[in-house]
Design a protein around this ligand. Structure first.
Ligand SMILES: Cc1cc2nc3c(=O)[nH]c(=O)nc-3n(C[C@H](O)[C@H](O)[C@H](O)COP(=O)(O)OP(=O)(O)OC[C@H]3O[C@@H](n4cnc5c(N)ncnc54)[C@H](O)[C@@H]3O)c2cc1C
Length: 423
């Protein structure tokens, strides 16, 4: 193992918290900084799934009909703000190009190597934090309305099983109705993915991981990070560390800094001079108290929303909204999908709170950015985990800690390094 250093991790979502834990396990002195409590942003509001089945990253739609539907805002799965498009045009165009079948297949090879460690890396942290009460290990379902989409879904599931060992069971409409009595509509059928896990309260799981870090002597600081910079040697400060982080309340120094601020990372790395093809896909959720609960989470594969039984009731989560991160919420997809969900499982009134909104931190090549910053010694990036950041957090934390420690890594890191986009 390499030298023990002092490290500041910026952001206590699932990625930053797991990074801090893995660094701590390797003997580093770690400070974890977040403006709020751990796991209360994107890592709280997601669809609660540890997606061991998700070996293929989400491709940008390529058929003319799908693009036209998106452009005209006809479906419930995608929504966009016109004023965000100019700043999104470049990464979205690259994303579109990377979604061509041959490129997407090559990306899937790399992505699947990360997903392979999803449940096993969570498992050790779930055990260490005695969090079994939050975990359901029975998979989840894609449900289909039409026979044509169901047949396509079945063919895809067979392909993923053949190529990547993704286990699944196919359910006819009748079998689905028997398995999920809460369903009120006749469906064509379902794919039951057998390997994913569901977390009843994802933010709480992150909080427990953070508590483990704190109980092992780690320092968690609740302050807003304003900027970071490299220290230059100052007279009388010969022992000053390599990096300084300024917050709204004070200053912190360490030899190394990890940026793990999920969708907020872009702004910070831009200020450090890095032009990375990052963008966000916003999403919403709303909770509903449900007399007839669902047995398993389900994705309505044709309408693009997810229904998840959670500690808070049924959580309905939406698809992608292309918008500026700070633009006012426009929960149109939630309004559309709530009607669909009402017909599907008879939802009760939503809880009387504004909908939650968050942002998936996405990259144009659909792969996370994990590794050393090309132009700054002691600066590390761990963000861009997109649609599966909750799934990938523990493996991303371990990979980062192994790289910082100079250990052999359990996953070959080259495809995910920031340097793939140049210096
Ligand atoms: C609707 C929706 C559904 C999803 N469903 C799933 C799913 O089922 N499974 C899955 O694997 N993934 C899912 N995702 C994606 C997943 O939630 C994210 O990829 C993941 O949570 C990102 O984790 P993170 O730690 O990188 O970011 P975050 O959880 O957002 O953490 C970043 C942290 O940085 C902090 N921060 C930001 N700026 C500052 C600052 N200036 N100073 C101090 N702290 C700061 C924030 O407070 C935050 O705690 C979903 C996302 C959405 C939006």
């Amino acid at each position: 193992m390499g030298k023990k250093t002092s490290v500041i991790v910026l952001g206590a979502g699932i990625v930053g918290t797991c990074t801090a834990l893995h660094l701590q396990q390797r003997g580093h002195e770690v400070v974890l900084i977040d403006k709020g409590d751990p796991g209360q942003e994107t890592s709280y509001g997601n669809s609660c799934l540890i997606q061991q089945e998700s070996v293929e990253p989400y491709a940008f739609p390529r058929s003319f009909s799908a693009l036209a539907r998106m452009a005209l805002g006809l479906g419930a799965d995608v929504h966009w703000h016109a004023n965000a498009i100019p700043s999104l045009a470049k990464p979205l165009w690259q994303y579109y190009q990377n979604s061509a079948p041959a490129k997407h297949e090559a990306i899937t090879q790399k992505y699947s190597r990360l997903i392979a460690h999803a449940t096993s890396e969570h498992a050790s942290l779930i055990a260490a934090t005695a969090s079994e009460d939050l975990i359901q290990r029975e998979g989840f379902r894609f449900v289909y309305r039409s026979q044509a989409a169901f047949a396509e879904g079945v063919a895809r599931a067979h392909r993923l099983q053949r190529d990547y060992g993704v286990r699944h069971a196919v359910l006819s409409g009748d079998q689905l109705a028997a398995a999920e009595p809460a369903l009120q509509q006749e469906m064509a059928g379902a794919i039951h993915w057998l390997d994913p896990w569901k977390v009843n309260a994802p933010g709480e799981l992150v909080q427990r991981y953070a508590n483990l870090f704190a109980s092992n002597g780690g320092e968690i600081v609740k302050e807003q990070v304003l900027c970071l910079g490299q220290n230059t040697t100052r007279p009388g400060h010969s022992n000053s560390k390599g990096w300084q982080v300024d917050t709204d309340k004070g200053k912190f120094e360490a030899e190394q800094v990890v940026i793990a601020m999920g969708p907020w990372s872009h702004d910070f790395v831009k200020r450090m001079g890095y032009d990375l093809p990052l963008f966000i896909k916003r999403g919403y959720h709303q909770h509903f108290q449900q007399p007839k609960n669902l047995n398993l989470a389900m994705l309505d594969a044709e309408k693009g929303f997810v229904l998840i039984p959670t500690k808070y009731g049924i959580r309905l989560t939406t698809g992608a909204e292309f918008a500026h991160i700070n633009a006012a919420p426009t929960p149109i997809q939630l309004q559309k999908t709530q009607k669909l969900a009402l017909a599907l499982i008879g939802l009760s009134e939503p809880e009387p709170k504004p909908p939650w909104m968050g942002s998936r931190p996405c990259t144009a090549d659909m792969l996370p950015i994990m590794g050393p910053a090309p132009a700054h010694q002691g600066l590390w990036f761990n963000f861009g985990h997109g649609h599966q950041g909750f799934t990938l957090g523990p493996m991303a934390g371990r990979l980062m800690a192994e790289m910082i420690s100079g250990e052999p890594t359990f996953v070959e890191p080259v495809p995910y390094l920031p340097a793939r986009f140049g210096g």
